[in-house]
Design a protein around this ligand. Structure first.
Ligand code: ZN
Length: 267
């Protein structure tokens, strides 16, 4: 579906003329509109509460996203479940119907954000929901009721790799704590994973400075859809060099040397 009309509004001031683009919101308008922390989602696509290889861990109506995001989640869940039969990706909040503000989040407003729980393993099993959203230390350890469990680097790397290689959407950020990022990169390097994916992950995996450190789940954000399908989506920085996105802003990728430094950083 397309935005039907694009208007230019101009304010005539005594000393100048200021013009702003504005979209007519019609029945054919869809997708993200505005910024991820202040916009809305027009005619979002709704994911079922459970599907092939995934399940939402909250029973609340925050299962709406842009078409690209819902396609990405289902694609990643299928990819990981194919590699690890029986795995169930635990999905958290996306956006509410129509987008806009939802409690507990400053973003998640335009159908471009989704939370994904970590895969956690204890000595008996992996994927356990017993440790859902458990806080991990920088070494990937979490303790509950006196029992330790561990960040499952293999499966969590599979999630990151699936996110970065899916053709359904392009990922801008995966928020995760600094310690878990370093160890994920170290895991990927030690296990001979694709170096291009590792280099991109070194940029995209990120501990945010202005919110929680994300040592209990991944927060994934995708780029705005193409301008033709969502002209009102406002793209935030950065746009990575490998991303085919004509919107403004760009930032250098992490170099090989920096990747190795990150993965071996003394935390
Ligand atoms: Zn989030």
């Amino acid at each position: 579906m397309m935005i039907r009309r694009l208007f230019i509004f101009c304010l005539v001031l005594p000393s100048s003329v200021a013009c702003l683009p504005w979209m007519a919101v019609t029945a054919e308008t869809s997708g993200p509109m505005g910024k991820t922390n202040s916009g809305v989602l027009i005619d979002g696509s709704e994911l079922a509460a459970t599907g092939d290889g995934y399940s939402f861990y909250h029973s609340r109506e925050r299962r709406y996203g842009s078409m690209a995001l819902t396609n990405l989640v289902t694609d990643v869940a299928k990819t990981v479940a194919a590699a690890y039969p029986g795995s169930v990706l635990q999905v958290g909040d996306m956006s509410g119907k129509g987008g806009g503000r939802i409690t507990g989040h400053s973003s998640h407003r335009t159908g471009q954000d989704v939370d994904l729980a970590f895969f956690v393993r204890n000595p008996q099993k992996s994927d356990t929901r017993d440790y859902l959203l458990a806080l991990h230390d920088p070494y990937g350890v979490t303790v509950k009721d006196g029992h330790a469990a561990y960040f499952d680097y293999e499966k969590n790397w599979a999630v990151v790799e699936a996110l970065l290689t899916s053709d359904k959407a392009q990922v801008q950020w995966i928020f995760v704590s600094k310690g878990l990022k370093a160890r994920l990169l170290a895991y990927g390097l030690a296990s001979g994973r694709d170096i291009d994916v590792l280099n991109r992950a070194a940029s995209i995996l990120h501990q945010p400075k202005d919110s929680a450190i994300h040592n209990d789940h991944f927060h994934v954000r995708i780029f705005c859809p193409p301008v033709e399908t969502a002209p009102a989506c406002v793209q935030g920085k950065p746009v990575w060099p490998w991303v085919n996105n004509p919107r403004k802003h760009s930032q250098s990728a992490v170099s090989d040397d920096r990747l190795y430094a990150m993965a071996t950083e003394d935390l």
